[in-house]
Design a protein around this ligand. Structure first.
Ligand code: ADP
Ligand code: MG
Length: 742
């Protein structure tokens, strides 16, 4: 097909290159021989020969260490481990990043700049270089859309045989626009028999190049022919038109040139993606079943402490709060551990709901632990709960990293002998040194800040404190409105309650979007608001290395101090000591400061109802979920509240759309859906999110549309083929069950 177009010279080049390939192969053999002296040395020219040649030794299986493959010594194995490849089977799940398509020859045209493709070039001049990094520069000419086009080709270091002037070559590489025209750097010289190949390009690591990875994956595919079983029953596959696992993997790793580049939409990929998502759902459900195998203390509903608390507070729970409290009480009354997620937008009053649950548990003689995502929030909750619970004669304990050793020791003693009825802290609460007398309920606030592993670790810690006889109930609270699709995979092990109503008397927050050069007017506005006895927040972008553009909190603090000399200004940022942050927050809450300059550390949970104005700098850089959380700090009192989103130009279309949506809606769910669409699940759930984020083939963002089907598949597998669940989880999530590990 190519012969009439390709001049005979290129064939002579092919022969030269072949020798190089051969030399490389034999060096692999040497490595292999060093590793396992019994491996017979052979002149192998393909992966196929490699596998058949090995047959007389005990052949490696998919669960054998990857070092059992020829060509993998300890050094290579170590590098592979960095790619999470430890067994031969792991190679099968090493998903290509993309494919190189050597099927279509492209014209030399600026249109293809930035693309890796196949170009035919006639070399006119070859010049060696001795300075700089390049070793060889060639001038060539290729066919452009409107006639011949010049191209400069650079070669660096070792590059195989030297191209020769007067000959034509097929070059595979990325076309670039140089200062004097089109260029290519270190292209691959493609032999005629390689044309049309579709080559997977794998995530690589230093010291392991693509050809090596490809060779190893091919070897693993040969092992798979003998050793791979399909965990999906035929009936399931046939109903969906899916290929077998072997065929699906062949399509990914060894695509045939006639079938084109594998696409996400085709059955092979669909099968793997849906299977993976379904398996994660199954793993969480299984984990739930395991958690619930251990009994929890049944807590009878008793309302008298909560009624007393409401009497002190002077408010009645909203209908939504009442409903959710009811759902929790039903769970608590069971001998099965409660596993409930309470979703409620910022300010919906989740703390009161948690308090209602805690009071019943304490009343029944058990202890409660509340875990907050930051020391600041732990401190705030502790203060809040002390105010609420101490008048009822209960003892509230704060455990924090900042405490003196003596007071921590004293706190631990109170927990161990049951004197402290509720303890509040960060994840440090679940360190080994913390022992409970009778832990009955674990409350996790703002769960999205913790990974799924951490969350699940809590119950295990709790249970072991109790001799393993009982597991505490679990209540998880989040202000992140979690789109249904995400909830399905991330929280498939939890029951969900939603507080979909705000306490009365809240006024909507008016949001305005303002260009940063109108800062003066905004500062004027702060002055007015504070003159009316209210308070304001000024949120600066996170102080982070490399964020040079971001105005550090200190700079802003100094600037505002100059502009607003008559106001008291406080500051909190992530680099301050926790105690210092807490002191500043407390002073702001007490009204000592008119204005608080803060980084996004105030994002979650901070509650100062008198604050009615929030200014957010560089709002264009933040995600919707984050902006929504920040904005939720105002509008907590009865006065009209405002949120000013300051932005710097230039503004991308996306950022513009985000800011517009912020102005249009306060509906957390709408914002979360939009965030999920634009920025992916990591943004919605918080960057520290673990668990499902480690998908092998599926991508929560790209494959959202598959989640529904994955849920159905999980149901069907559980109902009709329960025996397939374990093999699926072992394959996709890991032998130990990723979610089961602490
Ligand atoms: P979030 O759900 O964001 O954690 P909080 O629990 O901090 O919200 O509650 C926000 C504010 O609303 C607090 O000041 C709290 O005391 C108050 N609040 C909670 N429930 C009610 C209610 N039913 N009526 C009036 N105010 C309430
Ligand atoms: Mg809260």
């Amino acid at each position: 097909m190519l012969s009439h177009e390709s001049p005979p010279e290129s064939l002579s080049f092919w022969h030269a290159q072949r020798r190089v390939v051969y030399r490389q192969k034999s060096s692999f053999d040497r490595t292999g021989a060093r590793m396992s002296p019994s491996t017979p040395k052979k002149n192998r020219t393909s992966g196929r020969a490699t596998a058949s040649g090995r047959a007389r030794k005990a052949p490696p299986g998919l669960s054998s260490p990857v070092a059992d493959l020829p060509g993998v010594g300890p050094k290579v194995a170590e590098k592979l481990a960095r790619l999470h490849i430890e067994t031969v089977g792991d190679l099968l799940w090493h998903q290509p990043l993309r494919y190189e398509d050597r099927g279509t020859r492209q014209p030399l045209s600026p249109e293809h700049v930035g693309e890796a493709a196949l170009f035919e070039v006639r070399i006119n001049e070859v010049r060696p270089l001795f300075r700089g990094k390049a070793r060889l520069v060639c001038q060539g000419v290729g066919e452009g859309p409107q006639g011949p086009v010049a191209v400069t080709i650079w070669f660096f270091g070792r590059f195989g045989p030297t191209p020769q002037a007067g000959r034509s070559y097929l070059l595979f590489g990325e076309l670039q626009q140089g200062p004097h025209g089109l260029e290519m750097a270190q292209p691959e010289l493609v032999a005629p028999n390689q044309i049309g190949q579709i080559r997977p390009v794998y995530p690589a690591t230093e010291g392991i190049a693509q050809p090596k990875l490809r060779q190893l994956v091919e070897a693993a595919m040969e092992v798979a022919v003998r050793d791979l079983s399909d965990p999906l029953p035929g009936a399931i596959r046939e109903a969906r038109g899916w290929p077998s696992l072997m065929r699906a993997l062949q399509r990914i790793h060894l695509p045939k040139r006639n079938d084109g580049v594998p696409a996400r939409g085709e059955p092979a990929l669909q099968r793997l993606i849906t299977e993976e998502l379904a398996t994660h759902i199954l793993a969480l459900r299984q984990r739930r079943a395991v958690t619930r195998q251990v009994a929890a203390p049944a807590i009878p509903p008793r309302d008298h402490l909560f009624a007393q608390l409401l009497g002190h507070l002077g408010f009645t729970p909203t209908g939504a709060q009442q409903r959710v409290i009811g759902e929790i009480k039903t769970d608590l009354a069971q001998e099965l551990p409660m596993l409930r997620l309470v979703q409620g937008d910022v300010g919906s009053g989740k703390t009161l709901v948690a308090a209602a649950a805690a009071l019943d548990v304490i009343d029944a003689g058990y202890q409660v632990a509340l875990m907050a995502p930051t020391a600041l929030l732990a401190e705030q909750h502790a203060r809040n709960f002390a105010q609420w619970f101490e008048p009822l004669g209960l003892s509230v304990l704060l455990l924090s990293g900042q405490q003196s050793a003596a007071s921590r020791r004293e706190g631990l003693a109170q927990l161990a002998d049951g004197r402290a009825q509720i303890v509040i802290g960060t994840h440090a609460l679940f360190q080994e040194s913390v022992a409970f007398d009778q832990l009955g309920l674990v409350i996790v606030d703002e769960q999205h800040r913790f990974g799924v592993h951490q969350r699940l670790a809590l119950t295990d810690k709790g249970a072991s404190q109790d001799g393993g006889a009982r597991r505490p109930h679990q209540l998880i609270m989040t202000a992140t409105p979690i789109p249904r699709t995400l909830a399905m995979t991330q929280f498939a092990d939890l029951d969900v309650s939603v507080i979909d109503e705000l306490p009365p008397g809240r006024t909507p927050v008016t949001t305005v979007v303002v260009r940063a050069d109108r800062r003066g007017e905004v500062i004027e506005r702060i002055s007015q608001v504070c003159a009316e006895g209210r308070q304001a927040y000024w949120v600066c972008p996170l102080i982070e290395e490399g964020q040079i553009e971001a105005q550090a909190a200190e700079t802003t603090f100094a600037m505002l101090g100059e502009e607003l000399p008559h106001l008291n200004i406080g500051m909190v940022h992530g680099r301050m000591k926790a105690a210092e942050k807490q002191r500043e927050m407390a002073r702001f809450k007490a009204g000592d400061y008119h204005l608080l300059v803060a980084t996004t550390v105030i994002e979650v949970g901070v509650d100062v109802p008198n604050a009615s104005l929030m200014i957010i700098e560089n709002a264009e850089r933040m995600g919707l979920a984050q902006l929504h959380q920040l904005r939720g700090r105002v509008g907590r009192g009865a006065t009209d509240s405002h949120c000013v989103l300051l932005f710097d130009e230039p503004l991308s279309d996306r950022a513009r759309a985000r800011l517009r949506l912020m102005r249009e809606t306060e509906d957390g769910f709408r914002l979360a859906e939009a965030d999920l669409e634009q920025r992916g699940p990591g943004e919605v759930l918080g960057t520290r999110q673990a668990g499902i984020a480690k998908l092998k083939i599926a991508d929560l963002q790209e494959d959202q549309g598959k989640l529904e089907e994955a849920g159905q598949l999980a149901d069907e597998l559980l109902a009709r083929f329960p025996e397939s669940v374990h093999p699926l989880i072992t394959r996709w999530v890991g032998a130990a069950g990723q979610y089961g590990q602490v």
